[in-house]
Design a protein around this ligand. Structure first.
Ligand code: NAD
Length: 494
């Protein structure tokens, strides 16, 4: 009687071919004695019916019932309303930590394997926040913005996952990759929460590295890292770079872990150029499946399968996209048959994975939450309104805009303190060489003698209202202090 139900979405293109092969392999390893796979409808066929989420309501509810989704690659329609199923699924179900491992595999030749450098580390990428909020607006004729949101509880969830996983893996050091030297507040928060989370794991050393230096270090000396935690967009880019270190996306498994629902997937695309030919490489999906088996406590089956895969790769068996071309190229099913024939065998040139006599733990699906949770880190901080930034669509030159804004601020508690354009101060001081576009930030702060906290945000809204009589106000942001600390950044050049 199966103990675990897993929602199964084979995907598009080569997805069904590599998924069938992977399931065939899992069956041979005894996985189906413990697992029931529940087919769900997601992907191109669902988009084609006009469903812009690419997944049916039934697929959503079945996945929520199972708590685990095993998926093949899925195509995102170009243009139109169709959104990436991968991004939708991660965000919908709060699968906040994208966990990807990068390991040199026998038989998969890379510049590093040729140089005798063994690559073995993992990336934990924050999966929900950052620019992936998809909050984008056209602000003026010439300017579009994408809001980058980073929250303390969002950071805390991903950092806790990283340290807990590092502890289970017995890692000695975890790095945080970031750009806090430039994005001092958003990446600054990501880094600060990393350091705070690390204090609960005293046996693990912490380090941090600016993301551009990280890319250089990874290419030059990848073996210096064990685990790196990154914000969403930087993690997306860096993890593909890392896949390149071990032979490409076909060898880099991916798990998206949440508190309730987790998603295991191949990270390569649907490979439309070879779809239907039965020649796709199933290794990435198999490796992601191994992560899934370990997640549901089928450690013995995962270890057996991993050893069989390593022994097969070591023997030189390969699909058309990699490997020793002097050896015959196998199609998807032949490749999986070779792995099946190695079940019970162990690799000889790389360490075998220890196979336990049995599984000691069982997977329990977390209970469905009663309602949507509001997650919070900081509560009840003392905040005071100290001004506002008003964003304007205007073709005026800074000096003319300043005259207009000063007039608007008369008879209010505010004075104009700054005008910036694309983040660079252009008033009260600036350079004639700074080019301006048609979108300004105008900053108003309390006049001398006005006490912070003596009024709320309505005075800022009244000022905005006054400005809106003459200008197009695109948006406004309150300037507040939190426990006396400014909750806003300075402009470049201020
Ligand atoms: P792709 O990964 O599908 O293909 C890039 C190249 O790699 C192709 O030459 C392809 O044949 C090869 N390739 C990829 N996976 C392979 C495998 N397992 N075995 C052998 N060769 C393989 O990238 P693309 O062409 O940019 O994207 C095609 C479609 O996939 C797009 O619709 C895109 O949106 C989608 N996509 C989906 C995912 C996902 O679901 N995780 C990820 C990336 C792209």
């Amino acid at each position: 009687m199966p103990q675990v139900s897993i929602a199964l979405a084979p995907g598009d293109g080569i997805g069904p071919e590599i998924m069938n092969a992977t399931l065939d392999l899992m069956k041979a390893a005894g996985v189906h004695d413990h697992v029931e796979f529940v087919p769900v409808e997601m992907g191109a066929a669902v988009f084609a019916k006009g469903n812009t989420r690419g997944m049916t309501a039934e697929a959503i509810s079945k996945t929520e019932d199972c708590g685990i989704l095993f998926k093949g690659p899925m195509g995102t329609p170009s243009g139109g309303g169709g959104k990436s199923i991968n991004v939708t699924a991660r965000k919908l179900w709060n699968a906040y930590a994208n966990f990807r491992t990068f390991k040199t595999l026998p038989g998969v030749e890379t510049v590093y394997s040729k140089a005798g450098i063994h690559v073995d580390f993992s990336i934990v990428r924050e999966n929900i926040e950052d620019t992936y909020g998809g909050v984008e607006h056209r602000l003026s004729n010439d300017t579009i913005q994408c809001k980058r949101l980073i929250s303390a509880p969002g950071c805390d969830e991903v950092h806790r996952f990283a340290f807990q996983t590092a502890r289970i893996m017995g890692l000695k050091k975890v790095h945080c990759g970031h750009k806090a030297n430039i994005m001092k507040m958003t990446d600054g928060l990501f880094l600060e929460r990393f350091k705070t989370a690390g204090k609960d794991f005293p046996e693990i050393e912490t380090g941090d590295v600016i993301v551009d230096a990280l890319c250089l270090n990874l290419v030059v000396k990848p073996q210096q890292y064990q685990m790196i935690v990154l914000p969403n967009l930087q993690g997306d880019i860096v993890s593909d770079l890392c896949a390149g270190l071990v032979g490409g996306l076909g060898f880099a498994p991916s798990a998206n872990i949440g508190n309730h629902i987790s998603i295991f997937e191949a990270v390569h695309g649907t490979a439309p150029d070879i779809a239907g030919k039965g020649i796709g490489n199933p290794t990435s999906l198999i490796l992601s499946g191994l992560m899934m088996l370990r997640h549901i406590c089928l450690v013995k089956e995962a270890a057996n399968l991993e050893n069989a895969l390593l022994a097969t790769l070591e023997s030189g068996a390969h699909t058309g996209d990699f490997g020793d071309k002097s050896k015959p190229t196998l199609n998807t099913q032949q490749f999986v048959d070779a792995i099946k024939s190695n079940l019970g065998n162990k690799p000889k040139t790389v360490p075998a994975v220890p196979v336990p006599a049995g599984n000691t733990q069982t997977f329990t699906r977390p209970p469905r939450p009663n309602g949507q949770q509001v997650i919070r880190t900081f509560k009840n901080l003392v905040t005071h309104v100290v001004g506002c930034d008003i964003y304007l669509d205007s073709p005026l030159a800074p000096i003319s805009l300043a005259e207009e804004m000063n007039r608007c601020a008369e008879d209010t508690p505010f004075r104009l303190t700054l005008i910036s354009n694309r983040g660079t101060q252009v008033w009260p001081t600036g350079s004639v060489y700074t080019e301006c576009v048609d979108y300004y930030r105008v900053r108003f702060e309390l006049k001398d003698g006005v006490v912070a906290g003596s009024f709320g945000q309505s005075r800022c809204v009244s000022l905005m209202d006054k400005i809106a009589e003459k200008f197009t106000v695109c948006s406004y942001e309150l300037l507040r202090t939190f426990e006396g600390v400014k909750g806003y950044s300075m402009a470049q050049g201020q």
